[in-house]
Design a protein around this ligand. Structure first.
Ligand code: KG4
Ligand code: ZN
Length: 392
């Protein structure tokens, strides 16, 4: 079946069209169309994501991205029939709160025949609520106009399930998954360890008490006067420090909560330690910046691994996945690969293809497909954006 998936929870506007088949024993997702626009350059100026600006950009970009994704999937056909007046009225009321979206969408719907898709999936949480609403209202309008089933998806489930997938040409395959699965979800908004003992049933094993790990990367980057998003900037410098064989920083940063008996995290103390270190230094050279980036990254990787290892033991997990933007981090990937092989050789580690680590609509389509199989449907009246939507 063909799924149209929409993602607008943060600063990426993304639309994907997947041809999905099979079930959890062997599911395949062929990516027919994939259109994504990152707002990073716009938010860079502000040093972080600005929700109302994100909302405006999503509204502006959704229709062109939809057109591009449908075109790539060869699903656009010209229509010459006008939209019925009652439908126009219904859509206008629905899109009243989405300035910049309504007129463009009505024009697009008038010109385009109903495409051969079978369901529409949209992220309805967690994330920035104003941003989520644009995607949700857009999806509702499409579901109404084209008379297609509507499914709300959880962004974190998308990160988790897509991390189980393996690439095979233009197709993503989920197969041979041994339960229980432990998922470490690390992004700009979340740091969680979840267990999936049965398919699609999640248990929260631990989470951050304060900052999300991506947020800590972004804040430390700002202290080092590096641009947003800070993760890749810190990673680049830390890798350079390692490659140059520079001595480790003489003052190791703390590993907050590493020794306690929970799977919870805290990153604000680590961030503060970096701040104090910088305060002590009058000026900072590039070499010192690299050393601090490396030491910070080492501390983060240590804590992430230790807590994940605890979760693997607690659940007797057979599979470990890491997902979310921070899972693209080279050093964290390396530490996890080495440590799983060394400490938990019975566990299979799956790391998502790099293009799937940061926000995208393909992962939303995957999660939506499994929801569809389970008979989950939402209605255009009831589906709501929920910034704090939880997985477990
Ligand atoms: O999953 P994501 O794209 O969006 C959210 O749902 O938050 O994650 C974005 C976060 C940002 O904080 C960014 O700095 C971080 O992921 N990030 C990284 C790397 N690439 C992105 N952090 C560390 N190393 C990276 N290579
Ligand atoms: Zn995300």
């Amino acid at each position: 079946m063909k799924i149209l998936a929409i993602e607008t929870s943060c600063d990426e506007t993304a639309i994907a069209i997947l041809d999905a088949e099979g079930d959890t024993t062997h599911a395949t997702f062929r990516v027919l169309g994939n259109a994504l626009l990152s707002q990073i350059d716009i938010h860079k100026e502000y040093g972080g994501v600005f929700p109302m600006l994100a909302k405006r950009e999503h509204a502006k970009n959704l229709v062109p991205l939809l057109a591009a994704a449908l075109e790539e999937a060869e699903l656009v056909h010209e229509n010459t029939q006008a939209l019925a007046q009652p439908l126009i009225e219904k859509l206008s009321v629905l899109l009243e709160r989405e300035p910049g979206l309504g007129d463009a969408l009505l024009a697009f719907l008038t010109e385009t025949e109903v495409p051969a898709i079978d369901a529409i999936v949209v992220t309805h949480g967690p994330g920035l609520e104003p941003a989520l609403w644009v995607g949700v209202n857009f999806a509702k309008a499409l579901a109404l106009a084209w008379d297609k089933p509507l499914i709300g998806a959880n962004h974190m489930e998308g990160h988790l399930l897509s991390a189980l997938a393996q690439e095979n040409g233009d197709t993503l395959v989920i197969e041979n998954v041994s339960l229980p699965v432990v998922g470490l979800l690390i992004s700009g908004g979340h740091t969680q360890i979840v267990a999936m003992k049965e398919w699609f049933s999640y248990e929260l094993l631990g989470e951050t008490r304060d900052d999300a790990v991506g947020e800590a990367f972004d804040k430390v980057a700002r202290m080092l006067e590096l641009p947003y998003p800070g993760g890749p900037e810190i990673s680049k410098r830390a890798e350079e420090a390692r490659a140059e064989g520079a001595e480790k920083h003489p003052l190791p940063f703390p590993r907050p909560m590493i020794g306690d008996t929970t799977c919870n995290f805290s990153f604000s103390g680590l961030k503060t330690a970096v701040m104090y270190q910088l305060k002590k230094m009058e000026s900072i050279t590039d070499t010192e910046k690299k050393a601090i980036a490396r030491e910070f990254e080492d501390a983060v990787a240590d804590v992430l691994w230790k807590k994940t290892s605890r979760a693997l033991i607690e659940t007797s997990a057979k599979t470990l996945v890491i997902g979310g933007g921070v899972s693209g981090n080279v050093h964290i990937r390396r530490v996890f690969e080495e440590q799983v092989a060394y400490e938990h050789p019975e566990v299979e580690l799956r790391i998502p293809p790099r293009a799937l680590t940061t926000d995208n609509a393909v992962m939303i389509g995957m999660s939506g497909y499994f929801r569809y199989l389970r008979g989950i449907r939402d209605t255009t009246d009831a589906l709501r954006a929920d910034g704090n939507l939880s997985l477990a």
